[in-house]
Structures are given as structure tokens and as C-alpha cells.
Design a protein around this ligand. Structure first.
Ligand code: COA
Length: 378
């Protein structure tokens, strides 16, 4: 035993340090974008200047994706799902049926890239092709893992309706299709979050759009990013009833637990995506029977969070109402994170286009905190 630290353990920096470092790059501006604007204090989210609530009420996911890619608002824009190339189906068949859907989707996007010509710079056509491919790939995996055959796209159906059709073999009713489409709209884009930043870094090396999106999916897989409406569902099941809400919330906070679906790094006001999805959830024909309880539990949770954290506004976030919407459209809970990734394809690919249009290799500095220059022993 020796008291001295291992030779290469971090030490107090003695070589000159380049610049101050912000852990997690918090507060660091790492680019310019005209795709979305997030006003955390006021609870505002705009895509190319348009309010998220208006886009959910009057838009469709294909129109919103096209808006992000091109800057043009064409409410009639269509985007059916695309066929999965044969070699990609072979890859999906080879994936174990107990694999996580996020792993299957990331692998499918990578395999798809190997079947395409994807010259740099990325184009709107490439963005559209990849965004149209991925729902078919996820649906194919979901069927293959339960011993069913994949279903070919129906070119008459738009992206989210087509996705549900390829999952279930049945055309969803318009209310269900509309609810999932609304979820896709609110999930489409959200600034320089970790997965989008990944997509931009990859694009900045002049790598292709499939690599950018495969990397972004890998980033989104992490529990700190991918969101977990599944956990909201579990938590509400534990609460059980409105009568138990107060006691349950107080006990959970006393145990140091976090309430799922509350709090956000950026939003201090009510997350506008949660507000939009709450309306959608309430309007659904097949809403989960616990929705009314969730609405009442939300009030209790907000009241107690305000009491416990008077210094820090903790409000409802998007995940809280994503949970009833995704349950209501009939998705298996383990498909929630990959479904979120499908929605975010529009944003990732739009950022790839934006990065390429004004590209500079993303290569930040790092402060060296290792040993001083020294001689090799012996
Ligand atoms: N429930 C209870 N307390 C919460 C909370 C929550 N959902 N979110 C934050 N807090 C508390 C923290 O415990 C901390 O209190 P402390 O200072 O006494 O330790 C304080 O608020 C600040 O927390 P911090 O981690 O700095 O907040 P953040 O803004 O960095 O965290 C989240 C953002 C989203 C990670 C966090 O709010 C969270 O974990 N939420 C629950 C998970 C969730 O809904 N995720 C989906 C996000 S879209």
C-alpha cells in the first residue's frame, strides 16, 4: 500500500489551463439555429416562429417536418412511410426478439445507410427518405419479435397513420391517428438537446445523414435524455387513486424520489408541449381510464412541489401527458422511447441540413488536467 495517487490520476492542473469549463456545456452557446425557439421562462416553444400549440391544432407531422426542412408552411404536405429494403429486413430478423426497440431502430438506420447513396451535403430528399423509412423499420421489428410478418407501407396513409397500420395491420380510427400525429409534432424538434447536438457533430465531419441519425438515436437511448413516459404510467399506477395522491406524493418526496413528468432543465413555466398534449389526451376516444385521475394527481403534485421548492418552479413536463396519449393509441410501453425517436427524426435531419448549409467542423477545446510533462520510467 502506498499513500501516493496512481501515476496517471487527475491532479491539480499545473500546465496552463485553456479556458473556463462549463460541465455539461450548460450555458454554452454552441451554434445558431432558425429551427426552434424555446422560452423556458414563459413556457413558449416556436418552430420557425410558429407556436407549438397552433401547429398541433392546425398542422400535421408531415407539414411540420417539411416546415423544419424547408422553412415553407404547406399544411397539405404529405409523407407516407417508405418500404424497408430487403437487406435491412434481414438485419431486423437477425436481432434477438428481446432486444430493446431503440437498439433495433439504431441498427436499422445504420443498415439503411449502407443501402443508400448519401452524398454530402445532406439534402431534403435524404431527410424525407430517412424519416419515412424509420417508422416502417420499427413497426417491422415490433412484428418480427412477436412472430408476425412485417407489413408493407400503404402509400395512401400519412406517416403516423401508416406507422400504426404497419404495427397492427389495421387502419387506426381518425382520433387515434390524430393523437399520435400530435405527439409526433410536439416531439419533432427541441433545440440543442444532446441527441440533436450529436447529429450536428456527426454532420460537421461531412459524414452522412444516416450516421448522424444513428448516433442521435444512440444518444437518445440514455435515460437522462430519452424521456420516460413509461415511468409516468408506473408512478400513476402506484398512486392508485386521487385520495391517495397527497400521501403518496409526500412520501415519495420524503424518500428523495423525483416525480416523473415534472421539472425541466429549461422550462420554468408550464411546458407548452404538455399543455398541447393534455388537450389531445382529453379529446381522445380511447383514452386510458386513469386520465382523469392523472389530471387530478397533477394538481396535487404541483401544489406539493411548489410548497417543497418555493425557490424553483417545478411544473408539468411533456412526458406527463405523452404517457396517456401513447397508451391511448395502443402502443406497447417499451416502444415509447423509439417512438419518440421517430418523431425527433424531423428535427435531427433538419439540424443536419442546417449544419451542412453553414458547416464548420465542431471541435471544442478541452482543459488538460493530467500529469505534467515527465520522463518514461526506466
Ligand atoms: N420531482 C421532485 N423534485 C424535483 C423534480 C421532480 N420531478 N425535478 C427537480 N426536483 C428538485 C431536485 O430534487 C432539486 O432539489 P434539491 O436542490 O433539493 O436537490 C431541484 O428540484 C433542482 O433539481 P435539478 O436536478 O437541478 O433540476 P434540473 O432542472 O436539472 O432537472 C429534470 C431537470 C427533468 C432532470 C428533473 O426535473 C427530473 O428529474 N424530472 C423527473 C423526470 C422527468 O420527468 N423527466 C422528463 C423530462 S422532459
Amino acid at each position: 500500500m502506498t499513500d501516493s495517487p496512481p501515476a496517471d490520476a487527475p491532479t491539480e492542473p499545473t500546465l496552463p489551463v485553456a479556458k473556463p469549463y462549463s460541465p455539461g456545456l450548460e450555458g454554452v452557446v454552441a451554434g445558431d439555429t432558425s429551427l426552434s425557439y424555446i422560452d423556458g421562462a414563459a413556457g413558449r416553444l416556436l418552430y420557425r416562429g410558429y407556436r407549438i400549440g397552433d401547429l398541433v391544432e392546425r398542422g400535421t407531422y408531415p407539414a411540420v417536418a417539411n416546415l423544419l426542412w424547408t422553412g415553407e408552411w404547406d399544411p397539405k404536405h404529405r409523407l407516407p412511410t417508405a418500404a424497408v429494403p430487403g437487406p435491412v429486413i434481414d438485419v431486423l430478423r437477425a436481432i434477438p426478439s428481446n432486444a430493446k426497440p431503440m437498439d433495433a431502430l439504431r441498427t436499422a438506420v445504420s443498415a439503411w445507410g449502407s443501402t443508400q447513396e448519401l452524398p454530402w451535403p445532406p439534402t431534403v430528399e435524404q431527410a424525407r427518405a430517412l424519416t419515412a423509412f424509420s417508422p416502417s423499420a420499427l413497426a417491422a421489428f415490433a412484428r418480427l419479435r412477436s412472430g408476425e410478418q412485417p407489413i408493407d407501407p400503404d402509400p395512401e396513409l400519412d406517416l403516423t397513420t401508416g406507422f400504426l397500420y404497419q404495427l397492427t395491420g389495421e387502419r387506426p380510427d381518425p382520433g387515434t391517428a390524430r393523437a399520435l400525429d400530435a405527439y409526433f409534432i410536439v416531439g419533432a424538434e427541441h433545440g440543442f438537446n444532446a441527441s440533436t447536438f450529436t447529429a450536428r457533430v456527426i454532420t460537421s465531419t461531412r459524414s452522412d445523414i444516416a450516421s448522424a441519425v444513428a448516433g442521435a438515436i444512440g444518444t437518445m437511448k440514455g435515460p437522462l435524455h430519452g424521456g420516460a413516459p413509461t415511468e409516468v404510467v408506473d408512478q400513476l399506477a402506484k398512486v392508485g387513486s386521487v385520495e391517495h395522491a397527497e400521501e403518496w406524493v409526500r412520501d415519495a418526496l420524503a424518500r428523495g424520489e423525483r416525480l416523473m413528468g415534472f421539472g425541466h432543465r429549461v422550462y420554468r413555466a408550464y411546458d407548452p408541449r404538455a399543455a398541447a398534449l393534455r388537450k389531445v389526451a382529453e379529446g381522445m376516444e380511447h383514452k386510458p381510464d386513469w386520465l382523469q385521475m392523472a389530471i387530478e394527481v397533477e394538481d396535487v403534485a404541483l401544489r406539493i412541489l411548489a410548497e417543497k421548492h418555493p425557490e424553483r418552479p417545478l411544473r408539468t413536463n411533456v412526458e406527463y401527458y405523452a404517457a396517456p396519449v401513447l397508451m391511448g393509441v395502443g402502443l406497447a410501453p417499451d416502444l415509447f422511447p423509439a417512438t419518440f425517436s421517430l418523431a425527433r427524426h424531423a428535427g435531427w435531419t433538419a439540424h443536419a441540413l442546417e449544419q451542412a448549409a453553414n458547416n464548420r467542423l465542431i471541435r471544442p477545446d478541452v482543459n488538460y488536467i493530467g500529469p505534467e510533462e515527465r520522463d518514461l520510467p526506466g
